[in-house]
Design a protein around this ligand. Sequence first.
Ligand code: HEM
Length: 414
Amino acid sequence: MATPPTALTDLDAWERGVPYGSFARLRREAPVAWFDEDRPNRGFWSVHRYATIVEISRDTAGFSSATGVSFEEPTAEDMAARRTIIDMDPPSHTKLRKVLAPSFTPRAVAVYEHFVRSLTSVALDEALPLGEFDFVGHVAREVPIRVLGRIMGLPDGNLNEFVELGDKLIANTDPEVTDVVWGRDDTDEFRLYPFRSPYGKQLWDLGRALVQDRLRQPGDDLLSTVLAAEIEGQKLTEVDLDNFFSILVIAGNETTRIALAQGVLAFCEHPDQWDRLRHDPGLLNSATEEVLRWSCPTHFMRRTATHDAELQGCRIAAGDKVVLWYVSGNRDEEVFAEPQLFDVGRSPNPHLSFGRGGPHMCLGAHLARLEVRIVLDELCKRVARFALAGAPARTRTNFTNGLKRLPVAVEPVR
Ligand code: HEM
């Protein structure tokens, strides 16, 4: 088997671009491969093909989420303090998911359509007349957090603070975003907080103040629903509530922002596809799915083997980390015809951007789709052409496909 290159953990390389070429080679030559990591980490099994990713996602008994979903190797104490729904296995995962799921069905999220459209209009009214602007700051950053704010019942005045704290957590490897950098600084004193970051504690504190407020005065928001919920006769604990809050702010905000920004970047680079979409509104749904496949906002999720196993000829030992690279699966030639083509008419498009096959498949998928579809729809009505007006700035991370800035020039529809 070929020796894998080290680029998958070289965050400076990811800041320059996604290593699609390395993934294509790995899919062909080493569909499952061991990668060493710097201490204190032990290394990981890296999974590159679509079918194997889905197989592992399904097998929650063999591949657990309970030790976390990132490269970090937390202790049992760390996990007990900051376990969110995404770090649970059935049956506890199933019970918590049942509490949240009714708020995220296609029908439940459809009520936000008008709200998303008006938010998008306001953002575009301000940005488009500028002619050249940063699409991340003006549009992609604005829509998802305001939608999340509405669903969760977050006060408008705090929304910027949520965005900034969320960014400092999910981009905890980028020194431009946070001053406490995972992998560079000693983060041991913060190990009981989300992402081993002091900003995780700040997010909890904001959440706790809101919980107190909602306990005094319940509303019809998701936080009030969760506060009223009981699992087997028990209310959620303070730890559960802290972590419910952090997963939603982190999972529901940055990811959708990335899809929007990377989608517009794709249309800057493929103007023929923008023309095609603008002239055929029937492509809006398939374009939304293609933007999600192409942008793959979350590059991977990690599992931990619960017992010895064999995968594609590799012997996995109980306790080994197993990293599922959705970003590679989304370009797997065995599933997608010409995967390197950005094709707004692609159908079927069973991408892995929300996960697939297992019980953790993204809870907010219908909401995220709604947001991407509406922003594309509004842009189609107003923008004839996008072009890059400078170099996009990527986040220094291999976890997300984050863009910090996307300078664009727009030609309005006349
Ligand atoms: C384009 C936007 C989004 C992307 C790419 C995305 C991606 C993902 C992925 C890859 C997973 C893990 C899947 C797995 O392990 O099988 C996940 C889980 C999750 N997502 Fe999303 N997500 C997005 C938007 C949202 C939104 C808008 C929300 C909520 C408002 C949300 C909430 C969650 C939650 C709570 C989980 C954990 C579900 C569980 O463990 O049962 N996500 N998401």
